[in-house]
Design a binder for this molecule. Structure first.
Ligand SMILES: Cc1cc2nc3c(=O)[nH]c(=O)nc-3n(C[C@H](O)[C@H](O)[C@H](O)COP(=O)(O)O)c2cc1C
Length: 212
C-alpha cells in the first residue's frame, strides 16, 4: 500500500462514535492524540488552540445536563422547530455524557493588533483563521485517535447552550469555545454515512467545470 492509500484508508475508516464502552482511556493515549493535534497548520503559526480534558464522569454528566436544559429552554421559544425533532436533537447534543473522555476545545480570539485591519470585514474570524486552524488540529486529533483504536465524535450542537457551558468550563482567558470532542473505546460499529462524490463537490474552473 502506498502512503496515500494508507492515509485514505485511515481517513475513510474514521467514524463518529456515539456509544462508548466503560473502559478508561490511558493518559498516554490522550497525550498521543494531542501530540498529533499540535502539528496542524495554523494562522501565522499562532497555534491558537487549547484543549481542556475532562475525565470526571460526574462533571461530564453535569455538563450534559446543563446542555440538555439550555437547549430544551431554547427550543421552547421555537415551538415550530421543537415539535419535529427536539428529543432527537437534545440526544445529538448530549450523548457525550457516556464518554470516558471529553475534550473541550477552545480557539483564541483574534489578537488585538489585527482588530483595525479586520474592522468592517465580513466574518473576520474566517480571515484571521483561528477557528479554522483549531478545526485542523481537531481533525488531526480525530485521525490519531482512530489510529490508536479510539472512537471520537466532534460536536458543536452543545454550543447552542454556550452561555451556560462557558460558565461550567471557564475558558482560558481570551479564548472562545470551539467544539467538544467525546472520546473512548467504541461500543458500536457505525456505518459510514453517504458521501458526495468528487464530481459533485468539485469544479475545475478552467476546464469547463468537468472533473473527468
Ligand atoms: C463541525 C461538526 C459538528 C458536529 N456536531 C455534532 C454534534 O453536535 N453531535 C453529533 O452527534 N455529531 C456531530 N458531528 C458529527 C457528524 O454528524 C458526522 O461527522 C457526520 O454525520 C459524518 O459521519 P462520520 O463522522 O461518521 O463520517 C459534527 C461534525 C462536525 C464536523
Amino acid at each position: 500500500m502506498s502512503e496515500y492509500e494508507r492515509f485514505l484508508a485511515l481517513a475513510q475508516a474514521r467514524r463518529s462514535v456515539r456509544h462508548f464502552a466503560e473502559r478508561d482511556v490511558s493518559k498516554e493515549d490522550i497525550l498521543r492524540v494531542l501530540e498529533a493535534a499540535r502539528w496542524a497548520p495554523s494562522n501565522h503559526n499562532r497555534q491558537p488552540w487549547r484543549f481542556v480534558i475532562l475525565q470526571d464522569r460526574i462533571r461530564v454528566n453535569r455538563l450534559a445536563e446543563v446542555v440538555r436544559v439550555g437547549i430544551t429552554e431554547r427550543l421552547k421559544s421555537l415551538p415550530e422547530v421543537a415539535a419535529g425533532y427536539s428529543s432527537e436533537f437534545v440526544q445529538y447534543a448530549t450523548f457525550f455524557s457516556g464518554a470516558p473522555v471529553l475534550i473541550a476545545v477552545f480557539h483564541k480570539k483574534p489578537v488585538s493588533f489585527s482588530a483595525r485591519l479586520l474592522a468592517g470585514v465580513e466574518h473576520p474570524e474566517l480571515v484571521s483563521g483561528e477557528p479554522l486552524s483549531t478545526a485542523m488540529a481537531v481533525q488531526n486529533l480525530l485521525l490519531a485517535a482512530h489510529a490508536l483504536g479510539l472512537g471520537t465524535c466532534v460536536m458543536t450542537a452543545p454550543l447552542l447552550a454556550a452561555d451556560v457551558l462557558r460558565l461550567e468550563l471557564n475558558p482560558p482567558p481570551g479564548h472562545e469555545l470551539n467544539c467538544l470532542v467525546a472520546m473512548g473505546y467504541a461500543d458500536d460499529k457505525p456505518t459510514a454515512p453517504r458521501r458526495k462524490s468528487v464530481e459533485q463537490i468539485t469544479e475545475f474552473s478552467e476546464d469547463g467545470g468537468r472533473v473527468k
